[in-house]
Design a protein around this ligand. Structure first.
Ligand SMILES: Nc1ncnc2c1ncn2[C@@H]1O[C@H](COP(=O)(O)OP(=O)(O)OP(=O)(O)O)[C@@H](O)[C@H]1O
Ligand SMILES: [Mg+2]
Length: 594
């Protein structure tokens, strides 16, 4: 019935459930109580009919009826407490599991996010876990409870009258065969349902993120059509599931009625012959209900267990997805703490890199050297690999070829947590959270004081515009900085990099153009950085980087020219060409830029 894989899921779930033994225990002790009531009630029926009504001795009848009511009440109470406490255990455990899964997703490597749409992870964290919380605990435990209950009632039947019990037993093999058959069918469908749902959610999420673009280009109909295609698989699988569910339900209800008829037909004759008492016959009919209701629910329980197992299968995939630094040989943070306390040098030595085995190399034999206090700038046309160099420095991607030495230690051997404090990164694609300005600069890091946040804003000349906003640092940003201008968003992102306080500033300048006043502020801030810090800058505004000690010109993943501004200009190569292009765009002459 339960496969070894399913057992693994049970074990995994137990990891989280074991913190909630108390509600689980309270729920579980209701189980024997409920089963005892299930047996006591038919026994009381026999007593009432045979020893009181049929025997014509009405003394004590009301006491027995009173006990029947008590047993019924206890039965209902036990059942409701049982379901309340187990549901509670399930929800609490799922809460733990969700936190653990989220913690894990946050630590997954960038390659995972490259290949997985955000919506897929989202639906793992929401609907998959929900379905486990809803159906797993109650499903599995109820299945066990119902099995024990059915077995107990059956034994009790044999104990009272084995011939009548045999009649009931005849219907078991077809029912077991049927449920087994449907179980397999349902599981396959649930897997399809869940992955189709995840894909659909992924698509939805992307569309909602890009809804402004969709509306702007009037692409609503196409997007809607695509969504319908995405959800079609989901709907088909659900329809098939429904069909199996309904068929099974009606077949089992049918079998129940036929068995009751059989028992009445066979039993009535035996009652007339005096072989069994009327009390026994009525008790049997009552017990049949007790067997058939669980038997019928068996299928829906199995369905919900299948659903939760399918959800589990998806969640397990995430739990076994290797973490960022899993399986890599790393030096111990304590051993290199001293050497990572301050930045002294960074050396790229013949570094080649590709994003995955199928894609072409985007960096080829890249070599350069950066010492404390120096500034290196990277220029080159779009897609030439500049941002990739920065991603490697930050260990966002780790499988590079060649050698990257940070303070003379191979980067791949340095645990990320030991080196990230050295770098402050200003990303090319500015991302702002729907929080206030303060949070967006400090990123919620308590180690960054309020003064440090303000200092950082001052450093990049963002203070003035922030003070003009309603609420200043408490001004709440809309979706990804929707209520700021592009330039202001860049300044916030710039302040964020400075607030991180790293000794080396990695500056991946955004390409989006900004108004001339903000532009000027950004230029001023970058100029200040170049005078005071160790900087690696990717600049699209070439005027910014003229003062760099070294300018690396990249083309198709290679460094094709290097030197300072003057030497590169004298070379009259690609750099000079880029300058000329920039001058053309700005309507300036090359002479002016010089
Ligand atoms: N996550 C990724 N997966 C696969 N390929 C990628 C990924 N990111 C970038 N690339 C590819 O790597 C190449 C270099 O990209 P990179 O972002 O380093 O360019 P860039 O020089 O920073 O360009 P830009 O000036 O436009 O910012 C490009 O051809 C790009 O298509
Ligand atoms: Mg880039």
């Amino acid at each position: 019935m339960i496969k070894s894989l399913d057992l693994r899921y049970l074990k995994h779930f137990y990891l989280y459930a074991k913190n909630y033994k108390k509600p689980a225990f309270l729920g579980l002790i209701m189980m024997p109580l409920s089963i005892a009531c299930n047996l006591l009630f038919p026994w009381l029926i026999i007593q009432v009919i045979d020893t009181k009504l049929m025997a014509g001795q009405l003394g004590g009848l009301y006491t027995l009826i009173f006990w029947m009511i008590i047993v019924l009440c206890i039965n209902y109470l036990a059942d409701s407490f049982y379901s309340y406490f187990l549901r509670k255990t399930g929800q609490l455990s799922v809460f733990e599991m969700r936190s653990a899964l989220f913690r894990r997703i946050l630590r997954l490597p960038r390659t995972y996010f490259d290949k997985t749409p955000t919506g897929v992870s989202l639906s793992r964290l929401t609907s998959d876990l929900e379905s486990i919380g809803e159906s797993f605990v109650l499903g599995v435990i109820s299945l066990i409870k119902d099995s024990i209950n059915t077995l107990a009632v059956l034994l009790f039947m044999f104990f009272i009258n084995w011939k009548l019990a045999l009649v009931v037993l005849v219907i078991f093999p077809p029912i077991i065969y049927l449920t087994q058959y449907v179980r397999n069918k349902l599981r396959a469908q649930y897997l399809i349902t869940r992955s189709a749902l995840a894909q659909g959610t992924g698509f939805l999420q992307e569309c909602l993120l890009g809804v402004k673009t969709v509306q702007l280009y009037g692409a609503e109909q196409e997007v809607e059509q695509q969504y319908r295609e995405h959800t079609n698989d989901f709907m088909q699988a659900q329809l098939i599931t429904n069909k199996y569910d309904a068929t099974l339900f009606s077949i089992i209800t049918g079998i129940t009625s036929i068995t009751i008829a059989l028992i009445i037909w066979y039993g009535a004759e035996r009652v007339q012959q005096g072989a069994i008492s009327l009390g026994i016959l009525i008790a049997f009919i009552n017990m049949l209900e007790k067997i058939f209701v669980p038997l019928r629910d068996f299928t829906s329980q199995i369905a919900s267990i299948q659903r939760s197992f399918a959800a589990f299968e998806h969640i397990e995939e995430l739990f076994i997805e290797p973490l960022e630094e899993d399986g890599r040989s790393l030096l111990l943070p304590v051993d290199i703490k001293e050497r990572m306390s301050s930045f002294s040098s960074l050396r790229f030595d013949k570094v080649s890199f590709r994003y995955n085995e199928l894609s072409p190399y985007v960096l080829k034999d890249v070599s350069f050297n950066l010492k404390k206090g120096e500034q290196v700038a990277m220029v080159g046309r779009t897609g030439s690999g500049k941002s990739t160099v920065m991603r490697l420095m930050n260990k966002i991607y780790m499988d590079y070829e060649g050698s990257i030495l940070l303070n003379e230690i191979e980067l791949s051997q340095i645990p990320k947590e030991s080196m990230l404090h050295l770098f402050s990164l200003m990303q090319q694609d500015v991302f702002l959270f729907e929080e206030n300005i303060h949070f967006n600069i400090s990123l919620g890091n308590n180690a960054i004081s309020d003064e440090a946040v303000i200092d950082a804003a001052r450093y990049v000349y963002a203070q003035d515009f922030i003070m003009e906003l309603p609420g200043c640092y408490n001004f709440l940003l809309a979706n990804n900085g929707g209520n700021l201008s592009a330039g202001q968003s860049q300044l916030i992102s710039f302040a964020r990099a400075i607030a991180q306080g790293g000794q080396v500033v990695l500056l991946d300048e955004a390409t989006s153009s900004v108004d001339s006043i903000t532009e000027e502020l950004i230029q001023k801030a970058i100029g200040r950085l170049f005078n005071e810090k160790t900087v690696i800058a990717i600049a699209h505004r070439l005027s910014t980087i003229r003062k760099s000690d070294q300018i690396l010109v990249m083309a198709e993943g290679e460094i094709v020219e290097r030197g300072n501004h003057q030497t590169l200009l004298a070379l009259r190569g690609i750099y000079a060409g880029l300058l000329e292009d920039a001058a053309d765009i700005e309507g300036d002459s090359l002479i002016n830029i010089q």
